[in-house]
Design a protein around this ligand. Structure first.
Ligand SMILES: [Zn+2]
Ligand SMILES: [Zn+2]
Length: 364
């Protein structure tokens, strides 16, 4: 099959048509990929900075949707022809952690997908006869992917797959940060720093939560008009004076701040922009560098939270997001700046790095 292969860090992906994919094993499903968004985490993997890409070659891509081609032995929740989104995490549902709803603690073998392996510890992909590893157990910059049944969520015919794929990472992360991690209440004031693929979905989550003021900041003024279309009540060009600019808009600061930039130093500025008792959420996966927070700011009952994959369980939360999108309550179409062919993936990755696109989607 055709797939974009990461053979070497810091190098372009190698688009080849001789990547081998095996039949799905027990509890596994072969999905024909229809669309896969290009996310910041893919770029981190190219740069050798992803904690879950330990072995090469790897097939990147993890924000995807497609159609079930074949199912492995014992699969009951999916059938050939099903239109599906592939969640980044599926859990066993049976271990002590899953029963308590503490999905992050699930250590069942299916969680080996996070490290690019199936539950038996092997991989279904081969490049030049050697094992290749699917990013987060998905590897959707490819015509097909073999994934665990637990990761699949059905999509109605009315929702285009090139839009549905965005639910799997950018949307579940951004909206989940608001609804699961921060639990924003109606009437709140919210700051979103970064108006890219994730930040716009934090914004959509804030609208769903009924926030009264939604301030969106980005270093690129060109991105702010789109943020206004998505429901920002105030926008500002982010810089060293981010905290002061927010203080001018909302005396005393915001109730909730979300840093969707992953840029070192921005989180501390967002934290300083919250009111006494306010909450700051670090959305997504930043570089592994220390955060500097003045203790006196923290002392006044402020909270700082992390948020992996939207703070919930993607495979549990995605059906709700599918329903919201199908009902027109989430705007997916306007998140897509461009759709491209797999052959153009390296050019598009360069454009994503330049920060000029909200989301670029590879379609097959
Ligand atoms: Zn992602
Ligand atoms: Zn479990």
């Amino acid at each position: 099959m055709r797939a974009a292969v990461l053979s070497e860090f810091h190098a372009p992906l190698d688009v080849r048509d001789d990547v081998e994919i095996a039949e799905p094993g027990p509890g596994e499903v072969l999905v024909r990929i229809a669309a896969s968004g290009i996310c910041g985490s893919d770029l981190k993997a190219v740069d050798g900075k992803s904690p879950v890409v330990r072995e090469l070659p790897a097939i990147l891509g993890h924000e995807s949707a497609g159609v079930v081609e074949r199912v492995g032995e014992g699969v009951t929740g999916a059938a050939a022809g099903d239109r599906v989104v592939i969640a980044m995490t599926g859990n066993c549902g049976r271990c002590e952690s899953c029963r308590r709803g503490a999905y992050g603690g699930c250590r069942s073998p299916i969680r080996m997908s996070q490290l690019g392996r199936m539950r038996d510890g092997t991989t279904r992909l081969r490049v030049d006869g050697q094992p290749a590893y699917p990013f987060i157990g998905i590897g959707s910059f490819a015509e097909y992917a073999v994934v665990n049944e637990e990761m699949l969520v059905r999509v109605p015919d009315t929702l285009p797959l090139e839009q549905a794929c965005l639910l799997a990472c950018g949307v579940v992360t951004g909206v989940g940060a608001v609804l699961n991690t921060a639990q924003v209440e109606p009437g709140s004031s919210v700051l979103v720093v970064g108006a890219g693929g994730v930040g716009l979905n934090v914004l959509q989550g804030a609208v769903l939560a009924g926030a009264a003021r939604i301030v969106v900041a980005d270093v690129n003024p060109a991105k702010l008009a789109l943020a206004e279309d998505f429901g920002a009540t105030d926008t500002l060009v982010s810089g060293d004076d981010l905290t002061e600019q927010v203080a001018k808009l909302l005396d005393g600061g915001v109730d909730y701040a979300f840093d969707a930039t992953g840029v070192p130093g921005v989180l501390a500025k967002a934290f300083a922009a919250t009111r006494d008792g306010g909450t700051t959420v670090m959305v997504g996966s930043p570089p592994n560098e220390p955060i500097s927070i003045p203790p006196q700011q923290l002392f006044f009952n402020r909270t700082l939270k992390g948020c992996a994959g939207g703070g919930g369980l993607p495979a549990r939360d995605l059906p709700k997001l599918v329903d919201l999108a199908a009902a027109g309550r989430l705007d997916l179409g306007r998140l897509i700046t461009t759709t491209v062919a797999l052959d153009d993936i390296n050019t598009t990755i360069a454009e994503v790095r330049a920060g000029s696109v909200a989301r670029a989607v590879v379609t097959f």
